[in-house]
Design a protein around this ligand. Structure first.
Ligand SMILES: CC(C)(COP(=O)(O)OP(=O)(O)OC[C@H]1O[C@@H](n2cnc3c(N)ncnc32)[C@H](O)[C@@H]1OP(=O)(O)O)[C@@H](O)C(=O)NCCC(=O)NCCS
Length: 320
């Protein structure tokens, strides 16, 4: 069947068919591991697919043929020297015959010359987040040098009284919390420069295009400053649904207090959702406050060490 499958660049019109493939492949994987179907959140997922297709047209591909609709899709993005595979999903009936590898090759094609020993060597890193229960993807990504490095955990639940923010949300060390300026406001350029500086220090690259996406996806962003300082020491986002992240700080000691302050900034939702790296100083405080690991770990796999995991909490597993 795979011989009849051909690849072409993704377009925004492919988003609904990509969602179908995503849930078909995800549910099949879950069933094989004796787990329930994946939770549905098609509206925000569709927004994320569209964002990637629009920002990275040469790195987003679909496969069609063999059966109605799409057989598979792959969405990657590049931010400065960092290439990241955000989604790779193949319909169950088309798996195991080389289609996943063909899609990774296509998504990597615009950048692959930088990996060649004789190429320009811009220091390109390749990275992905893979299900820890999925040996096929972990094996496939390792063949590209993306080696398993750090576990990430989805924490969910309600925050209880022990969480420092519950008593009024005062920040230790007198940190000030300032809403990020709207893109049309005069202060926007100054805020964007602060975000870029923090991202380069913590992630290794700036990605203003993704900050604009989180803003449009209605995550409320804040900059955090020490009193009487112009320089921000971190930023964080929170959505009224209880999704918290991304959060980046220049000092790991400030990570848990800033997460606490963000959580105090909205009415308590039905449940919080935070993706916390294994080495994070926020992990144990969040356990203590009542959140629990909701599912198996996801593994950050990469050609290098990646973000400073003690200073970063991602928004999701697709755009760090
Ligand atoms: C993961 C997925 C995208 C891979 O696509 P695919 O078309 O099935 O994979 P391919 O046939 O192109 O390649 C599979 C590779 O994994 C390797 N592999 C398979 N099982 C393996 C194992 N147990 N250990 C190590 N490597 C393994 C194969 O040898 C092959 O590598 P090769 O081409 O170097 O020989 C697809 O199976 C899928 O959609 N699965 C369900 C959803 C999912 O897990 N998505 C990824 C989320 S991170």
């Amino acid at each position: 069947m795979t011989a009849a499958v051909s690849l072409r660049p993704a377009t925004p019109n492919d988003v609904p068919a990509c969602l179908e493939v995503f849930y078909a492949a995800g549910d099949d994987l879950a069933a094989r591991n004796g787990q329930p179907p994946w939770p549905r959140d098609p509206v925000s997922l569709a927004g994320l697919f569209q964002h990637l297709i629009e920002t990275d047209p040469g790195r987003t591909w679909v496969a069609e043929g063999g059966s109605p609709g799409l057989a598979a899709f792959g969405l990657a993005h590049r931010r400065e020297h960092a290439w990241f595979l955000a989604f790779l999903f193949v319909r169950p009936e088309s798996q195991g015959s080389g289609l996943g590898r063909r899609l990774v090759d296509a998504c990597l094609a615009p950048d692959v010359s930088e990996l060649a020993p004789s190429g320009p060597r811009a220091g390109l890193t390749l990275a992905v987040c893979a299900e820890s229960t999925q040996p096929i993807s972990l094996g496939l990504y390792a063949r590209y040098g993306m080696l398993p490095r750090v576990p990430l955990f989805a924490l969910r639940g309600r925050l209880d009284q022990s969480w420092p923010a519950s008593g009024g949300g005062q920040l230790p060390g007198a940190l000030e919390m300032q809403p990020l300026a709207e893109s049309e406001a005069p202060a926007h350029a100054a805020d964007a420069a602060q975000l870029d500086r923090i991202d380069r220090a913590v992630l290794g690259y700036a990605h203003g295009v993704d900050h604009r996406f989180w803003h449009h996806a209605q995550r409320q962003g804040y900059l955090f400053r020490r009193s009487a300082s112009d320089e921000a020491i971190g930023y964080g986002y929170v959505h009224r649904s209880g999704r918290l992240g991304p959060v980046a700080v220049t000092d790991p000691n400030q990570l848990a207090p800033i997460v606490a302050r963000l959580s105090a900034s909205i009415e308590a939702p039905q449940a919080w959702q935070v993706f916390v790296p294994g080495p994070s100083p926020a992990l144990v405080p969040l356990f203590g406050a009542g959140l629990r690991i909701d599912e198996h770990a996801v593994i950050y796999a990469a050609t290098g060490q990646g973000p400073a995991w003690d200073r970063y909490i991602p928004a999701n597993y697709a755009v760090l």
